[in-house]
Design a protein around this ligand. Structure first.
Ligand code: KG4
Ligand code: ZN
Length: 339
């Protein structure tokens, strides 16, 4: 049961071949031209779309070559591509290509919600995840907590009122002169920081309120005002960045544990680009233990955007609901559950 997965939701072009029988990845490629975007301090949608157009077909050929299978209808049972959320021009390239191959090869096709890809990425690690469980997605565009009932059913419990956690790190990175995307660098600073040495203190927005919600834009503003104050001269940018991330992680874990408690579900799965953070992983593991919560993470390479998770989510959808019609469209602000 071979599934060809395609993800072109943002700046990364990703293609993968997944064996859906045992979730083994035959070949997986992610190509990013971040240097083209970094000089603008963020992803430029037009550049991303052009890059996908250039890379997609050679990458599809290359995953087949690496897996040692012929790119034809005899080998592929399903083509799955992200249809949202994401940058519309970028999404159109991947979804259009998937539909064209599906028509040409006479192989069924499904459009995948990118968030569902992140939610099921834990299964790529070969781990057995109990259902229902609490899922938290922390990425550049999303910070959401779900009650995941099955691989294709997710009930939204809470989300951010404004910025996403990765967006906070990338924006604070800009204030601190860290190249985009800043998450990995700030993660390293936080791991290396000595929390007992003097450091600025930033707020933990909404942490003490009995609500499953985040608000990260105030934290970014607190950091901005602090940098404009005389007091900021007493601290290194590493110490300031680390305190922002500690505050964000306190909020993320506080709300994820609140969701586990309220729903009476002892399993927490954390996915999305920020979940590749070593600091978040260590803190989650140590704080979960005393609460009797089993916290699970996908492999770091499957936390950031990848097409294996799209192939897997596509296979789950196809098994539950069959193929999608060709008139299914891209949706830049696709959600998992109606608001
Ligand atoms: O899931 P992802 O690859 O793309 C989206 O769907 O948004 O997430 C990208 C985000 C960026 O904001 C980036 O700064 C952050 O993930 N990120 C990290 C780490 N690696 C990437 N944040 C914290 N620690 C990391 N090691
Ligand atoms: Zn993503």
């Amino acid at each position: 049961m071979l599934v060809l997965g395609i993800d072109t939701s943002c700046d990364d072009t990703s293609v993968a071949l997944l064996n859906a029988q045992d979730n083994s990845i035959l070949s997986e490629k992610v190509s990013s031209r971040m240097e083209l975007h970094a000089r603008y301090g963020g992803v430029v949608p037009e550049i991303a779309a052009r890059q996908h157009l250039e890379l997609i077909l050679p990458m599809i050929e290359s995953v087949h070559e690496e897996a040692g299978v012929a790119p034809d209808p005899g080998t592929i049972q399903l083509i799955a591509a992200t249809r949202g959320p994401g940058l519309i021009g970028a999404l159109l390239v991947g979804l259009g290509c998937a539909k064209a191959l599906s028509l040409g090869w006479e192989v069924p096709f499904v459009g995948v919600n990118h968030l569902e890809g992140h939610l099921v990425s834990i299964a790529l690690a070969g781990k057995n995840v109990p259902y229902p469980h609490i899922s938290m997605i922390v990425s550049g565009g999303h910070s959401e907590i779900y009650r995941t009932i099955s691989p294709v059913e997710h009930q939204l419990l809470g989300e951010t009122r404004d910025d996403a956690a990765g967006e906070l790190l990338d924006k604070v990175g800009r204030l601190l002169d860290v190249p985009f995307p800043a998450g990995e660098t700030i993660d390293r600073w936080t791991l290396e920081a000595d929390p007992s040495s003097p450091h600025p203190k930033f707020p933990r927005p909404l942490l003490n309120r009995d609500t499953i919600e985040f608000s990260f834009s105030g934290l970014k503003t607190a950091c901005l005002y602090f940098l404009q104050s005389d007091d900021s001269k007493n601290y290194s940018r590493e110490a300031i960045g680390a305190e922002v991330f500690r505050a964000a992680v306190d909020c993320l874990l506080g709300k994820a544990f609140l969701a586990c408690e309220r729903e009476n579900i002892p399993t927490l799965v954390i996915s999305g680009g920020v979940a590749s953070s070593r600091y978040l992983r260590l803190e989650a593991a140590s704080r979960a233990e005393s609460r009797g919560i089993n916290v699970m993470f996908p492999e770091p390479r499957h936390c950031t955007d990848n097409a294996s998770m799209i192939a897997l989510a596509g296979w789950n959808r196809f098994s539950a609901h069959g193929p999608d019609p060709y008139d299914i469209d891209c949706d830049a602000s696709l959600t998992l559950t109606p608001h």
